[in-house]
Design a protein. Structure first.
Lengths: 195, 195, 195, 195
DNA sequence: AATGAATGAGCTTTCATTCAT
DNA sequence: GATGAATGAAAGCTCATTCAT
């Protein structure tokens, strides 16, 4: 099996195990699940932390790509927003492990904390930009209150996503709608409009 | 030192260490910080998990007590809401460790997952009740959408709190105001109004 | 409670716990069972080993006293033998814990090994003496073969006793009879007769 | 060193240490004696108990193999008996540790209790079968008294063996002869003859 | 006379990591 | 390129034992 594929299948295994938390994961288990010997893990990723970072990277990129791919700049802002949100929840549904790794352990291992923080910032940015279109605010330099509210919105989404994972009987569209409701309601604050 | 006091000072130390995550914490470190020998930890709390649960209990109760104490039922709903939110952020400011233990590790150890989930539910309830007063909705049996939105609101608060921890220059009142803005905006959905 | 009584009730508790093996026993458990604080154990018996020795002493003496008391020198040898054997099994039935402590752990803690070995020797002696009467051999200085066979007989008795503990439906008289059969059959060798 | 060999040398070391009793043995000491690091013990045997069971298994099988190999069915019964007994004592002489592990600790750790009990039963069976030939009894279904007496005989052998270990100046043949004397004397009871 | 409080030292077990082949 | 074999370090936990009251 060529290296590229090996790496991917190792990352897949790593996701399953890391989903239970960084410290609760063991290299042994990952190796076993990936059907590889442990030294391979180190040959390819250097260390446990390296493997974790690689997984977070791959998964974060996947999420951002999906958000980016879900919408075209020409769409109406609310259409873009809805498409993005749907994609967001679709990602959660499909990459449950990845989702839990990315957002389940806020106090995780040092270097990754930053990584995840950056990822959240990007998502907050995406929301801010789309919202700017949706609410008609333009060119406002986002100040602290915008940042804060954007984070609040992201947090609402995360929390909603976790709630959804425990209520799988609810339709994805439904959850997305509720989320949109919250976002649009909170939007004026988020975009700094009206201050 | 009598048992009661020792237990409290052990719990204080435990909080500092658990703040970095359950698995990352070691009994040795907690004992060292509390200036006690390890066997005392086990004599008083039985196990690492027991100590964790005890800490979560104490801290969760503290938070709920504060929320309850911050408001009197006679207050105007928005006054109550604002008082509660202020108290919430005051708690975060004061019990930073406790906050991170309670809300930092979504994928924590088995028995505590439930404990923390219950605590979150209680807070969501509190918000729902106060909101019901604030928006004039009355007697609505909270259905799924209300639950979901309440969770979203709680998540927004958590996320905002974490953001605030990294922007200590912002005033507490300020953050509370932003949060109130989000809540009141999202309230109609949370209280099921208008459906 | 006067010291004498305390000591006895501690020894009773010790027996129950030591029955599972010296190393498997914990001072904590003994103290709990005796409803005394741990320091009392040390005040009265000095150490875990001291407590163990005290228990072995008391129980060994009890067994020897019973053997001695069960028979009068004037009895017919076979009557004495049978009475002694019955008493032996009665002891086992009544002091199950003590029996297991005395004979269950051949590789026990240093000082006690000797103690128990001496006790066994005494019992072997008793058997030899009674047998000497029973088979008519007199005044033979017991040589190695007699010693050896006496030990074999004691071992047969222990093994039989343990077997009996797992077959409580069998009557004590029955087991005693079987044991007598083995002893009388083996007696000529034990008393050195016929060599 | 290949795994097979390592396992054997670990088991050898384990025997020496377990000879002092299961609870008195420490994995550290076994590892040190086997000149291996502790993790190897766990990699190969899973746990302390696993290692113990493995040792009991190997040693028990060895003993049974020897008993089986020492005699051919065509031999005269008393010849078979004598050969078996000689082999039994040879085993004890050679595998002193193993002997003490197998028969020294009657109250040992849970799972092994059964294992050792089964082993004893097998030996008792072997004796019963050979005795049946030696005394001419045939086809008797062994009843309780036979079982009991067979156990008594095994116990006599164990006790004799332990006595012998402390009197190494006695020849093996000598001890075997004494034991044979006891067995043959007790045999009628053991084979149920004459009832 | 009696105990709650306390501990040093040891236990079994697991983990991330590396070497020799 | 890939692995079986191996380990240092540290984890959670328990124990016999003592001291201050």
């Amino acid at each position: 099996m060529p290296r590229r594929d090996r790496e991917q299948s190792i990352l897949d295994a790593a996701g399953q195990v890391f989903a239970r938390g960084y410290h609760a994961a063991s290299m042994d288990e990952i190796a076993g699940l990936a059907d590889v010997s442990k030294p391979m893990l180190y040959a390819y990723f250097g260390s446990k932390e390296g493997l974790y970072v690689a997984y977070v990277d791959r998964t974060g990129r996947e999420l951002l790509d999906r958000l980016a791919g879900a919408t075209t700049p020409d769409d109406q802002p609310t259409v873009r927003l809805r498409a993005g949100i749907l994609e967001f929840f679709a990602f959660i549904e499909q990459y449950r492990d990845g989702w839990q790794v990315l957002f389940g352990e806020l106090t995780s291992i040092g270097p990754v904390v930053e990584e995840v923080a950056v990822l959240r910032g990007r998502i907050a940015d995406w929301i801010t930009v789309v919202l700017a279109g949706a609410t008609g605010a333009q060119g406002n330099v986002p100040d602290l209150s915008v940042q804060a509210t954007a984070h609040a919105i992201v947090g609402a989404g995360e929390s909603l996503a976790n709630w959804w994972l425990e209520h799988p009987e609810v339709q994805r569209d439904q959850v997305a709608d509720w989320y949109m409701g919250v976002i649009l309601a909170a939007a004026p604050a988020a975009t700094g409009e009206g201050r």
